[in-house]
Design a protein around this ligand. Structure first.
Ligand code: PHE
Length: 371
């Protein structure tokens, strides 16, 4: 059984090595990376299945998979730098600089789409009485997991694809926060229970998970929401989130569905879907239609989470929600690929209508190219 598996792994390694050596360009190479090392990649799936084996085989097979992973990773890096050098050399030959050419004027940029989304969210929730708080990107294990009812052995930890920092002298490893939920804990810890009535906060910020493809980036943004008070119930959660979805997508009658779900830190939990129609050409129109699209996670704050920060769950209840901001932005503006969000390319911004093409004469050097 083990030797069969080893054979399969070695065969897989050979196949990937072969496809890397045959691949023609950076795109091809990126596909190979996603198909082998990505979240649903072939090598990753072997790693995920490891738990099926006994301790001895687990060690042996785990080491082999990791060797293959390192090898494939190195080959991909090597090939990438090969392609980059090739591209540079081609450019050096074809792009000669004409020093007599009049320089382009500086182009006017505009707010990044994500900054816009964050501003919009802040405005929508401010109208509902929310204030904004932020928290650190580098978190302790306690805030990112344990205090959110995700103890050390909890399977939810594996789903987060966490980036761990090097352990400190006491062996504690900090993490890059995998969600904005740790700021819920930090916020609740600061509550002065003597003078406390209700809080409403949203928490926008950067989050990190080891995942990279057209719809996932290792660094991305989330916005968390937290409402806590004496008589908060699921009805408030629903009202608040329906209002948010309809305002953000600018659709008065947007269908909103609450689907039972599971998060360790909320009980009950619900995922929120909005109505949409998936067209035959793959495009999406938001609004009524027979399809549903997941937008965010939510739920009533788990009593154990409240107890953990010294709040009595028989006196106070709350609800929380969390959403991915890249996803919200992509859906609103019909952007299919997330990677260009971080390229700072004005052409991309312009293509999606984010940069006003104010005075065409300013862009004379680029006229016709981007229109
Ligand atoms: N933290 C969850 C995630 O990243 C989202 C969430 C936040 C769910 C708050 C429920 C309540 O997937």
């Amino acid at each position: 059984m083990i030797s069969e598996l080893k054979e399969k792994l070695l065969k897989l390694s050979d196949e990937i090595t072969n496809s890397i050596s045959l691949c023609k360009d950076l795109n091809d190479l990126e596909n190979i990376r996603i198909n082998s090392l990505g979240k649903k990649g072939t090598i990753t799936s072997y790693l995920k299945n490891l738990r099926e084996y006994d301790e001895v085989s687990k060690k042996e097979i785990g080491a082999l998979i990791n060797d293959i992973k390192d090898k494939v990773n190195n080959l991909i890096l090597e090939k990438k730098s090969f392609f980059k050098t090739q591209i540079l050399n081609e450019k050096l030959i074809t792009e000669k600089i004409d020093v007599t050419l009049t320089p382009y004027e500086n182009e006017t940029g505009s707010l990044h789409p994500l900054s816009r989304t964050i501003e919009e969210l802040c405005a929508i929730f401010a109208d509902m009485g929310f204030s904004i708080v932020e928290g650190p990107d580098i978190e302790t294990d306690y805030y990112n997991f344990t205090a959110l009812n995700i103890p050390y052995e909890h399977p939810a930890r594996q789903e987060h694809d966490t980036f761990y920092l090097h352990p400190d002298e006491n062996g504690n490893r900090k993490v890059l926060r995998t969600h904005t939920s740790p700021v819920q804990i930090r916020t609740m810890e600061k509550i002065d229970l003597e003078n406390f009535d209700e809080i409403r906060y949203i928490i926008p910020g950067r989050t990190y998970r080891s995942d990279h493809d057209a719809t996932h980036s290792p660094m991305f943004h989330q916005c968390e929401g937290l409402v806590l008070g004496k008589n908060i119930n699921m009805g408030h959660l629903k009202g608040c989130l329906i209002e948010f979805c309809r305002t953000y997508f600018n659709e008065e009658n947007l269908p909103v569905r609450f689907r039972p779900s599971y998060f360790p830190f909320t009980e009950p939990s619900a995922e929120v879907d909005i109505g949409c129609k998936k067209e035959k050409d793959g495009s999406l129109s938001i609004g009524s239609g027979e399809d549903w699209l997941e937008i965010l996670g939510s739920g009533m704050v788990h009593p154990r989470v409240l107890q953990g920060v010294g709040i009595d769950p028989s006196k106070y209840q709350g609800f929380a929600f969390g959403m991915g901001l890249e996803r919200l932005t992509m859906l609103k503006y019909g952007i299919p690929d997330l990677r260009p969000f971080y390229d700072s390319d004005l052409r991309w911004l312009k293509h999606y209508g984010f940069v006003p093409v104010d005075n065409p004469s300013l862009h004379s050097g680029l006229n016709g190219v981007f229109s």
